[in-house]
Design a protein around this ligand. Structure first.
Ligand code: SAJ
Length: 423
């Protein structure tokens, strides 16, 4: 049985590219989002987020009539839930959006439908979705009640695409597909096969949930190791960039890159779901989160110490995005650092961010100025490297002469690659 119509709930960084991927394979897609402005924008063939090549895919999908957005769910053969799963103040997972999206599809669900949870979720969330649907629709049967004989199939298939490379990774990455039963997984494989060139790896829904959390916790822990090294090296007066470059020549060592902290809405969030599920056991994962979350404060202290030794210091913060060569400022340590520096009133704070036209309100209110590289370097006495955007990496180093430089990404002052004979 093919899928004539697929509905994607949540038209954000994951849902919209996924909707466009199905539509690109000539499947009719009904995109659902509670944000009516996003819905209008998409129906005009435009996009409300920035992701390379997404604009072209959405425009063509809408123009050809394969993608339509709406605020209210409509009947479909498959429903993909791709809504945010943030955490609350105490790092407790916040499943309110998943719950609301699930309730919203209950009324239009029919026998034979497939429901897939794509949102990164704590272990047990797919079963939670199934419980909600079973309560809302006592006239239908679900896998937890009827196993393979259920009317509705339910699975988890976590998204694993890298922001900035979503359109390529969406079709090429392998997918982990966890069914509530083997047939649920089989049906979900049929769905993802429509646009996925990668392997579809089948498991149960709890393992699939844990797998996504494991991937991001693995990366967070490895970044924490690099960040901790940078802190130790600071104390011992060793060049961390040179150290890591040398250590990485070992055939079984591959240390990641220290930075000003870990940003974005995934790696800084997902490990907490594991910590919350197993607080006594997830000790390393929790510590890694703490090491990474502590890094912005160390950079702030370093800049403040320098600034206090200068008369009328002017601080230029290079970069606001959460990582290089993207425009996404969400959960960005660079924004946190820039805002905190401005809030101290220690001196003038200039932000350089080629990927934005205007500063976020929080920075504007604190008096941060947005400037080009040239204007910032003309005025700055302290230059803080926070994001390794290509245009910053390629900066003429002589422009930094005579300034105090704090290079949290190792893009200007610290690599000493030219000193070595390494290939
Ligand atoms: N970072 C470092 N040092 C490094 C690597 C990264 O400081 O060596 C920082 C970045 O600057 C950034 C943060 O970590 O602030 C996260 O960046 P990232 O590129 O590691 O990851 P994300 O958040 O863009 O995407 C991750 C990916 N997960 C993994 O690589 C395991 C992606 O595949 C997931 O789909 C995505 O999270 C997600 O949505 O969960």
């Amino acid at each position: 049985m093919s899928f004539d119509t697929v509905s994607v709930l949540g038209l954000g960084y994951i849902g919209l590219p996924t909707a466009a991927a199905f539509a690109g394979r000539k499947v009719h897609v009904i995109g659902v989002d509670i944000n009516s402005r996003a819905v209008e924008t998409i129906n005009q063939g435009n996009i409300h987020i920035v992701e390379p090549d997404l604009d072209i895919a959405v425009r063509s999908a809408v123009t050809q009539g394969y993608l339509r957005a709406t605020i209210k769910p409509e009947p479909a053969d498959a429903f993909l839930i791709a809504v945010p799963t943030p955490f609350k103040a105490d790092h407790e997972p916040d499943l309110a959006c998943v719950e609301a999206a699930t309730r919203s599809i209950a009324a239009v669900l029919k026998r034979g439908d497939l429901v897939v949870l794509e949102s990164t979720s704590p272990v047990g969330t797919t079963e939670f979705v199934a419980e909600i649907l079973a309560k809302e629709r006592p006239d239908l049967s679900f896998p937890q009640q009827r196993g393979e004989a259920s009317d509705v199939r339910i699975a988890h298939c976590p998204e694993r695409v890298l922001p900035g490379h979503v359109m390529r990774e969406l079709t090429q990455n392998d997918r982990v597909i966890g069914g509530m039963t083997p047939r649920c997984a089989e049906r979900a494989v049929e769905l993802y096969r429509i646009f996925t060139a990668g392997n579809c790896l089948v498991t149960d829904c709890r393992t699939a949930e844990m797998c996504k959390l494991t991937e991001n916790s693995f990366r967070d822990t490895n970044i924490a190791f690099a960040n901790e090294l940078s802190i130790i090296c600071e104390r011992l007066n060793i060049n961390v960039w040179e150290l890591i470059r040398l250590a990485n020549h070992h055939p079984r060592v591959n240390i990641l890159t220290p930075g000003p902290g870990v940003g974005g809405h995934c790696i800084a969030v997902d490990p907490w779901f594991l910590v919350h599920s197993a607080p006594a056991e997830a000790r390393l994962i929790k510590t890694a989160r703490e090491v990474n979350d502590g890094k912005p404060h160390l950079i702030i202290d370093k800049v403040l110490n320098l600034a206090k030794s200068q008369v009328n210091p002017v601080i230029a913060c290079f970069g606001l995005a959460f990582k290089a060569d993207i425009d996404d400022l969400r959960e960005s340590p660079a924004v946190e650092i820039t805002a905190a520096l401005a809030a101290t009133g220690v001196g003038r704070v200039i932000a350089v961010e080629p990927y934005v036209q205007a500063l976020p309100a929080a920075l504007q209110q604190k008096g941060v100025e947005l400037a080009s590289i040239e204007v910032a370097l003309n005025s700055a006495s302290i230059v803080v490297g926070l994001v390794d955007h290509r245009s910053f990496r390629e900066l003429d180093r002589t422009l930094l002469q005579g300034k105090s430089v704090i290079d949290s990404r190792g893009m200007w002052v610290a690599r000493r690659e030219s000193d070595s004979n390494a290939a």
